[in-house]
Design a protein. Structure first.
Ligand code: SF4
Ligand code: SF4
Ligand code: SF4
Length: 245
């Protein structure tokens, strides 16, 4: 019997599901090896019977948390899909303001009908078996994870900072262009796609394991910047992690 796979969306832009749809036709063999029983962006099918649950989005309401816990009870394997799910993502910007104020600004007089809680990543409420970092996640990593789940192999996240892939791509460093880049402390695995496209790294893949903070401090000192400057920028995608500690 094929593993039954379900995708669930919580608070996010649904760009992670869209990215999966973007490469759907390129991996037909892989898709044929599983039964996709729930995937709101592509199908109206619904099922409460699944083996692998992909969780897109962060948890920002009490309802989200209850729904997530029910999914965890049913799923044998639960995967955090994308930055919102892995670290809270940009949704955590609301954590900077009082929750009542957020409700009032968004819903006005209807605010009393809604609840909102500080944004937190999926791991704050349930056990997560695997993480697919990024906004959106890298398609090769998604494919690699699914293959590992099907074959029983261990899925290895990238443990290098983005700088490693950036240097291999022979990019001109963003610091040399007068920009502030989070590549030295951010988990790689995206092939430094933003820098290669002429931008900088905003840290969407979260903090790399054992970041070389001293080296980053030296780089920043060279350009007249501080560790506080770096942490301010890092909060764009990773602000919710402060609440989770
Ligand atoms: S991680 Fe990015 S692409 Fe995915 S739901 Fe969140 S904001 Fe959208
Ligand atoms: S700091 Fe940014 S631009 Fe410079 S090498 Fe690292 S990832 Fe590339
Ligand atoms: S370069 Fe940085 S911001 Fe861009 S995808 Fe990679 S980790 Fe995310």
């Amino acid at each position: 019997m094929k593993p039954r796979v379900a995708f669930f969306d919580f608070t996010g832009c649904e760009g992670c599901q869209l990215e999966v749809l973007n490469f759907y036709t390129e991996v037909v063999d892989l898709i044929n090896a599983v039964d996709i029983v729930e995937f709101r962006e592509a199908s109206s099918d619904h099922s409460d019977d699944y083996d692998i649950a992909f969780i897109e989005g962060s948890q920002t309401t009490k309802r989200d948390v209850e729904r997530l816990q029910k999914i965890r009870e049913k799923a044998k394997i639960l995967v955090a899909l994308g930055a919102c799910s892995c670290t809270g993502g940009v949704n955590a910007l609301k954590n900077r303001f009082p929750m009542e104020e957020n409700l009032k600004v968004v819903y006005g007089e209807s605010a009393k009908y809604y609840d909102t809680i500080p944004t937190r990543p999926t791991s704050a409420y349930v056990k997560v078996d695997a993480y697919l970092h990024g906004c959106p996640p890298n398609r090769n990593e998604v494919i690699s994870l699914v293959k590992c789940l099907l074959t029983g192999k261990k899925f290895e996240q990238c443990h290098n900072p983005v700088c490693v892939e950036c240097k291999l791509a022979e990019n001109i460093c963003a610091f040399e262009r007068g920009e502030f880049c989070l590549g030295p402390v951010t988990r790689g695995g995206c092939n430094a796609v933003c820098v290669t496209a002429g931008r900088k790294c905003w840290g969407c893949r979260g903090m790399v394991d054992e970041p070389n903070i001293n080296s980053q401090k030296d780089v920043m000192a060279k350009y007249g910047l501080t560790l506080d400057d770096m942490m301010m920028q890092f909060k764009l995608f990773n602000g919710a992690l402060e609440v989770s500690k």
